[in-house]
Unconditional design. Structure first.
Length: 146
């Protein structure tokens, strides 16, 4: 497996990463994804793609380094998804290890993500990876997503 950090403008963002990311975020169109990355990149948003040995994108992650008063510095995972066809084959574990290496290199104190309450399979995976539930995430929808 090979994991690549993709920069804005890389055609693999749309051709490879986005189809996998849409398994988690079905509302994303190519146009909307491009807009989000364009606005998010200056804020630290980055994307990594996991490729199988046969060159197929099997996992996607969106992440950023965040400085704040609670964590001081953390790597926050916006998105983490493994393609349904290759779940439980080590792709998610490899992506987490890749991101944790970024966090350690950046001097982060925490490695953090949110996971929807309905994603029980993902939660079992995070527990196996020695992650803990440390907070509740509260949300108020202000308007529907496009």
């Amino acid at each position: 497996m090979k994991i690549i950090d993709l920069e804005p403008g890389d055609p693999r963002l749309e051709s490879d990463l986005l189809p996998v990311l849409r398994e988690l975020r079905p509302h994303l169109t190519p146009e909307l994804f491009g807009e989000v990355y364009e606005r998010g990149y200056p804020q630290g948003l980055r994307f990594s793609a996991a490729y199988t040995d046969d060159g197929r994108c099997a996992g996607a992650s969106g992440w950023r380094i965040v400085d704040n008063t609670a964590s001081l510095r953390k790597l926050y995972v916006d998105d983490l998804v493994t393609s349904e066809s290759v779940r439980s084959t080590g792709v998610g574990q490899a992506l987490l290890a890749h991101l944790q290496a970024h966090a350690e290199a950046a001097g982060c104190y925490d490695f953090n993500l949110d996971s929807g309450t309905h994603r029980t399979r993902a939660h079992r995976f995070y527990f196996r990876e020695r992650m803990e539930i440390t907070a509740f995430n509260f949300n108020k929808v202000l308007k529907p997503k496009p």
